[in-house]
Structures are given as structure tokens and as C-alpha cells.
Design a protein around this ligand. Structure first.
Ligand SMILES: Cc1ncc(COP(=O)(O)O)c(C=O)c1O
Length: 384
């Protein structure tokens, strides 16, 4: 069966896909339809944090699947409330609106910020990525993603990332919120500087705007802390989460402070599927497994080791924990060739690899990845 040819006529051609059809996964490994095994350094774009087919995850989701999948938010369900309770402990935020994806978490964040502040203007950052729906796209930087869909939200300005002087010029008392990724992910893994984040909060004091952290890609242990905000020591007013929240099961969340929640009324926002019992069970199982197997600590330890080993091959390696960016010319070619060697990689641009493996990866598997990477570079006659 030529699945790739079938896809070409059945699916809108909006994705650039690698030429492989995956069928199943186990831990850090994926298997294609021919049974070939691949070491995965992508995790479905920083999602499958506990690894593929984790037996405890499968069991919990299966039990909930048999009991109740969905009833909508017209009713109460226990997993949603339990998940909110758990998130309160790990995020320090107060209330949790559930949705199904990162972009939806951002939509909720922007709407809640406007409602709570009574102001309109957003300040986002150059090279930011916050999603593809109209609101999230408005605070996303890349012109190519936005141009065909204009007009988007007015009242959005972009400041240079890590540039306090530029930000100072762009915020004032009319600013509703400043939205940022603490580590820009889609841009290629670029962390915010500590002083920059500190300055954002000083400017917040002065002008009274809200701060929205987009932890969609950085959340749930990826950076070696539960959330990237812990590297900086600041708590936002609003925080968006998704991706690894359900370890691949679609779920997102907009977490807010109590003051914001107090400004919201019935009907301000909603979602049919958001917070359904199955998705919330998947998220609860994910969090429990991360805690039980100390995967946050593993991300820090193995991440440091991985970065050290990568630095021996490439001249620029950035990131925190297991969210790693590598400057590599011909990144697209490396990604393509890596499949031949049973290695799954991702390039965010022609010059940049993004390495975001499942958080269960071990140092031994890092060694296998490095060996395969060396072989790929050799096959391509590339020395980095
Ligand atoms: C930081 C960040 N925010 C938002 C999104 C959008 O998430 P989703 O693709 O689940 O809508 C992404 C996706 O890559 C992201 O990296």
C-alpha cells in the first residue's frame, strides 16, 4: 500500500512530512510499517514525554475509556477536578481552563487577558510562535504564516527578544499583556535571559500589564524543571500549556491567577471537548508517571549529558534539559539522511536542529543517538 501517495490526494498539503509511515512506538523507539526501528529525538514535537506506550499510561487511559469518554462541560466530572487540583500543586497557579491544544490555550489566554484588564494591546516578541488560530497567529511573528490570513488582530506589537530597551519603548499603560515563550521553541530553542525576564516584571509593576507565559512547549519537565518559569523565579498572571500535558493525548490548559478568574463570567469562553474525562485521565497519568520515575530530574541530568556530547560534534548547542537546539548547516539533509540510520530528528530551519526526545531517554540511548548522528554526518560528508 502506498500510504504516502494516498495521503497526497486525501490530505490538504499543508505539512512538510518526512518519508516514513510510523505504526507503533515503545519507550524512545518508533517502528515503521515495515517493522524498522528508529530512535526518536522528536517525541511528536515535544509531546510524548513519558515515552511511547507506557504500560501504566495505557492501563489508566484504557480503564477510563471503558468508563466514560465524554459528557461535555454541561456536567461535572471527577478527572477534570482532580487534574486541576494536581496542576495547582505543580504550577502554583489558581484556576485552570481546559481545552484541546496549544493554540486554544493561547486563544483563552488572550481573551482572559482582555476581559480581566479591560485593555486591548498585546506585546509579543520577534520569532515567537504561539499557534495557528487567528488570535494565536496574531501574536506569532513569522510573516509567511500570517500574510494569507490577514486581517488578524490589530493592536499587536513585536519587540526584540532579550532586548529590554526595545521592550521599554513598546509597553505603556495601554498594554493589556506581554506574551512570551521563556525558551523560544519553534524559533530553534533560544532561551530568554534572566535579566530580560526580570525587566519584564519591573515594567509590569510600572505599567500594570499582565504577563502571559506560553509554556506549551517548555512545560511538564521538558527543560529539567516542571515548568521553564522555575528557571527564572517569576510567576505569570496567565500560563498556557499543552503538548506534553497528555504525553501525546490532545489536551491544553490556560492557567490563571485568582484575580483573573474573578473577572470572568459564564459564557466568556468554553469548549465542548475541553477537560473531558479521557483527556484529563491521560494528563493525570502523565503527571503521575513523571513524578514516579523522576523524569524532571532525568531531563536535567540526561539533557546536560546530551548537550555536552553534542558540543563535541557541533559548534553551537543551546537549551535547557531535554529541549536542545543545535546550529547545523544542511539541517534538512541531516534529518532526511538520519532516517536511513534509524534516527528520527527535526529541523526548525535549514540551519537548526531541534532535539526534544522523550524524557525517559537514558545516557546509553544518548550514546546510540550520537553514534548514529556521527554516521549521518559522515555519510553526508559534513563536518560541523
Ligand atoms: C510555544 C508554543 N505555543 C503554542 C503552540 C501551538 O500549539 P498547538 O500546535 O498544539 O496548537 C506551539 C506549537 O508548536 C508552541 O510551540
Amino acid at each position: 500500500m502506498d500510504w504516502i501517495e494516498k495521503e497526497r490526494v486525501l490530505i490538504p498539503q499543508v505539512y512538510k512530512r518526512q518519508k516514513v509511515v510510523f505504526e507503533r512506538g515503545e519507550g524512545c523507539y518508533l517502528f515503521d510499517v515495515n517493522g524498522k526501528k528508529y530512535l526518536d529525538l522528536v517525541s511528536g514535537i515535544a509531546c510524548v514525554s513519558i515515552g511511547y506506550s507506557h504500560p501504566e499510561f495505557v492501563q489508566k487511559v484504557y480503564e477510563q475509556l471503558k468508563k466514560l469518554v465524554h459528557v461535555s462541560n454541561l456536567f461535572y466530572t471527577i478527572p477534570q477536578i482532580e487534574l486541576a487540583e494536581k496542576l495547582r500543586m505543580i504550577t502554583g497557579m489558581d484556576r485552570f481552563f481546559f481545552c484541546n491544544s496549544g493554540t486554544e490555550a493561547i486563544e483563552a489566554s488572550l481573551k482572559f487577558a482582555r476581559k480581566a484588564s479591560g485593555k486591548k494591546n498585546f506585546v509579543a516578541f520577534k520569532n515567537a510562535f504561539h499557534g495557528r488560530t487567528m488570535g494565536a497567529l496574531s501574536v506569532t511573528y513569522k510573516e509567511k504564516f500570517k500574510k494569507p490570513f490577514e486581517p488578524l488582530l490589530r493592536d499587536v506589537e513585536f519587540a526584540n527578544y532579550n532586548d529590554v530597551a526595545d521592550l521599554e519603548k513598546k509597553v505603556d499603560s495601554r498594554t493589556c499583556a506581554v506574551i512570551l515563550e521563556l525558551i523560544q521553541g519553534e524559533a530553534g530553542v533560544f532561551p530568554a535571559e534572566k535579566d530580560f525576564v526580570k525587566a519584564i516584571f519591573e515594567l509590569k509593576e510600572k505599567h500594570g500589564f499582565l504577563v502571559i507565559f506560553d509554556e506549551v512547549q517548555t512545560g511538564f519537565g521538558r527543560t529539567g524543571k516542571w515548568f521553564a518559569k522555575e528557571h527564572y523565579g517569576f510567576q505569570p498572571d496567565i500560563m498556557a500549556m499543552a503538548k506534553a500535558m497528555g504525553s501525546g493525548f490532545p489536551i491544553g490548559c490556560c492557567a490563571i491567577k485568582e484575580e483573573i478568574a474573578q473577572k470572568l463570567e459564564r459564557g466568556d469562553h468554553g469548549s465542548t471537548f475541553g477537560g473531558n474525562p479521557l483527556a484529563c485521565t491521560a494528563s493525570l497519568a502523565t503527571i503521575e508517571i513523571i513524578e514516579k520515575y523522576r523524569l524532571v530530574e532525568n531531563a536535567e541530568k540526561v539533557g546536560n549529558y546530551f548537550m555536552k556530547r553534542l558540543s563535541e560534534l557541533f559548534e553551537e548547542v543551546r537549551g535547557k534539559g531535554l529541549m536542545i537546539g543545535v546550529k547545523a548547516s544542511n539541517a534538512d539533509k541531516i534529518v532526511e539522511k538520519a532516517l536511513d540510520f534509524g534516527l528520527v530528528l527535526n529541523a526548525t530551519s535549514e540551519e537548526n536542529l531541534r532535539i526534544v526526545p522523550p524524557l525517559v531517554i537514558s545516557e546509553k540511548e544518548v550514546e546510540i543517538a550520537i553514534e548514529k548522528l556521527e554516521a549521518v554526518l559522515k555519510a553526508l560528508n559534513l563536518s560541523c
